[in-house]
Design a protein around this ligand. Structure first.
Ligand code: MG
Length: 271
């Protein structure tokens, strides 16, 4: 039975230059591998050591470890990432809304997710409208809908009123939605749209009996709780709230070095 390794990507395994959080003198900084190019510019990185560890994890083979990228990114945003190691057979995108199998979405899974959302929470259009009406153009840069499943705003973080975010979170909670603030993005995501449900599905399909997970944001909390063992970095929404649980290890590392440590932990926990 393989071990299932479900890991968030952004600010968990891969980092934008703004999120690297390197503190050593430049001359002693780790060498970085660019794993994502966007509009012809380098966008996301991991350390060369982390890249080696991920390749090692992939090289264990599907009978030993199944690595599943588990992200809130849309399929298109996910597909421009080029991770080291073998192409993962499974990937979870759109916060669980799409389960990719050999690069193609599983339509049955997606239909099941849509049915749950229709039954269990307020429709996307209501949330999108609220965001459009209440977010002030002085600090909103972009309004986005992702995969017709959830919405996010790109904001000027320094100008964003904390009070507005709190009010939004209460409004959303009453409608079965969650708010997550990550860097310059505010996500509004339906509560039934979870990474953990998709992870359980992959565990079922692969026969995995041990599940490992890592993540840094509020949208990763359900994934971490659903896994047998989980790790979160020393930065991010969960760390800011000192969030923890019995099966979770809160790591001290921050930034791109946390990604390296998380991969070490995955390998150590894989028999
Ligand atoms: Mg993340």
């Amino acid at each position: 039975m393989p071990v299932l390794v479900a890991s968030d990507l952004d600010r968990t395994l891969i980092y934008s230059s703004a999120a690297l959080a390197l503190t050593m003198p430049d001359a002693r900084a780790p060498r970085l591998l660019c794993v994502e190019v966007h509009e012809s510019k380098p966008l996301s990185f991991m350390t060369e050591t982390a890249a080696g560890l991920l390749t090692e994890l992939g090289g264990l083979g599907a009978d030993t470890a199944v690595f599943v990228p588990t992200t809130t990114r849309t399929r298109k945003q996910y597909q421009r990432i080029s991770l080291p190691g073998p192409e993962p057979k499974y990937a979870i995108c759109a916060n669980g809304g799409h389960l990719l199998v050999d690069g193609a979405t599983d339509e049955d899974w997606h239909a099941g997710v849509q049915a749950r959302l229709a039954a269990e929470c307020a429709p996307l259009e209501e949330v999108r409208q609220y965001l459009a009406d209440s977010a002030d153009p002085s600090w909103v840069r972009k309004h986005r809908v992702a995969e017709d499943l959830f919405a996010y705003l790109v904001v000027e973080r320094e100008l964003l009123p904390e009070e507005w975010v709190k009010e939004l979170a209460v409004w959303a909670e009453n409608r079965g939605w969650t708010i997550s603030l990550q860097g310059r993005k505010i996500y509004a995501v339906p509560k039934p749209l979870t990474k953990s449900a998709a992870m359980r599905e992959v565990a079922h399909r692969t026969g995995a009996t041990l599940t490992l997970a890592a993540g840094d944001s509020l949208l990763d909390a359900d994934l971490l709780l659903a896994a047998d063992k989980g790790w979160r970095p020393g930065h991010g929404e969960l760390a800011d709230e000192s969030w923890t649980a019995p099966n979770i290890t809160a790591l001290p590392e921050r930034g791109v070095l946390a990604g390296e440590r998380i991969l070490q932990e995955f390998l150590r926990a894989t028999p």
